[in-house]
Design a protein around this ligand. Structure first.
Ligand SMILES: *[C@@H]1O[C@H](CO)[C@@H](O)[C@H](O)[C@H]1NC(C)=O
Ligand SMILES: *[C@@H]1O[C@H](CO)[C@@H](O)[C@H](O)[C@H]1NC(C)=O
Ligand SMILES: *[C@@H]1O[C@H](CO)[C@@H](O)[C@H](O)[C@H]1NC(C)=O
Length: 369
């Protein structure tokens, strides 16, 4: 009896061994898992291993938990630890192994933020039809160093020039503005009052020089005749100002523009332009007023104004690009503008792993403001 039991047990062991061997064969990289955990493992290596296991067990919650528990520099260290331990790029692993595509994108961005924008841009340009919303949202508001870094990453990663790609994929005034944003360096914020004032004066002069009054027909006879409406007759000045001046100069110049012409710059842009060109100009304008309002509006439009399914890219971009404190402020601003919380809107959208992960991330940042 005992002998029989031992035999059965041995067969059981043998089968287990075979199963392990087969599994090991299909995932050779899993071999690393078989090494017993080392003592005094650093937190970074420990997280890299946890992520590796979670991806192979299709358990994205663990990955989200680690993303919440770490800051940008720790996540970047985890990325390197992952590559050196498993010989694979963490962003590609996250994109391929987290079942939900949007969540895979978000996690790839949070852990490997250095290539996130370049990849996003590339897929906007080369995807089926150009994704102008993404193209505009990324290109509109980079400062000089971000722009330089993005172009460089794009070149290294895709072995092609961003400027060339944009030229091939867009046209007309919209293309001109995008190309300016990609090529011309935007000024850093001025730190002396004198050069700031000079730049504002220069920008206002440029903007006004290419406007024209249009006759207005007032529906009511008024005692005081209103200032005539103006439109832009040539877009070169606004393209120049909006792509090369600092956001602070754009903001101040728009106030002066209104003082002088009696017309809001924003309304003048609306009257004079249309389509993607207009959206991009208004995006830059909004960003110059307050970057978090820009993000709040893009996120809200993506989540609520859709035809087929929500566009979560603006929300994903905000989660990847903004700091935890900014994300806390963003939630307050979003609520003030839209009278709803981001997490509330998400809960009204269909439920899936992306929505629940983002809700957890946003809730964990909500108290930082
Ligand atoms: C772990 O670290 C502690 C303190 O640094 C040290 O005393 C201990 O010997 C280490 N253990 C191993 C197995 O290296
Ligand atoms: C990230 O967290 C680590 C460990 O908690 C800390 O030492 C580091 O200063 C943090 N880095 C940033 C940029 O906040
Ligand atoms: C450009 O933007 C990045 C990211 O927001 C920021 O860290 C950097 O300080 C900015 N550079 C300047 C000159 O404002």
């Amino acid at each position: 009896m005992f002998v029989k039991f031992v035999f059965v047990f041995q067969v059981f062991l043998f089968i287990s061994f075979l199963l392990c061997a087969i599994q090991e064969d299909s995932y050779t990289e899993l071999q690393q898992d078989l090494i017993p955990p080392k003592e005094n493992e650093t937190k970074i290596n420990y997280y890299a291993d946890l992520i590796h296991r979670a991806l192979n067990e299709a358990d994205p919650d663990v990955v989200v938990d680690i993303a919440i528990a770490t800051n940008v520099s720790e996540r970047s260290a985890i990325e390197w630890a992952y590559v050196s331990r498993y010989g694979k790029s963490l962003d590609i692993e996250l994109e391929n192994k987290i079942g939900n595509k949007d969540l895979g994108n978000l996690m790839a961005g949070m852990f490997v933020s250095s290539v996130f924008l370049a990849k996003d841009l590339r897929s906007a340009i080369t995807g089926l039809g150009t994704d102008e919303d993404t193209l505009s949202e990324i290109m509109c508001c980079l400062n000089a160093s971000e722009r330089k870094e993005l172009r460089e990453t794009y070149r290294v990663y895709f072995d092609t020039d961003l400027v060339k790609d944009i030229e091939e994929d867009t046209s007309s005034d919209y293309e001109t503005l995008l190309l300016h944003l990609a090529i011309v360096a935007r000024d850093d914020p001025e730190n002396d009052v004198k050069s700031f004032k000079l730049k504002v004066a220069d920008a206002v002069t440029k903007l006004i020089s290419e406007t024209q009054k249009i006759p207005t027909v007032s529906p009511w006879p008024t005692s005081k005749s209103p200032l005539p409406e103006v439109i832009f007759v040539n877009f070169q000045p606004i393209v120049d100002v909006f792509s090369s001046n600092s956001f602070f100069v754009i903001w101040k110049a728009s106030a002066k523009f209104e003082q002088i012409t009696g017309n809001e710059l924003k309304e003048t842009i609306r009257r004079s332009t249309s389509g993607d060109f207009q959206d991009l100009l208004l995006g830059i304008f909004q960003f110059s007023e307050y970057n978090l309002i820009f993000h709040a509006r893009k996120i809200h439009a993506g989540l609520t104004e859709y035809w087929y399914q929500p566009n979560r890219k603006p929300l994903t971009r905000a989660l990847v690009m903004l700091s935890k404190v900014e994300l806390a402020q963003l939630q307050v601003i979003y609520r003030a503008i839209n009278r709803r919380k981001i997490t509330g809107v998400l809960s009204e959208n269909f439920r899936d792993p992306y929505n629940s992960a983002v809700t957890r991330i946003l809730n964990s940042y909500a108290d930082l403001d």
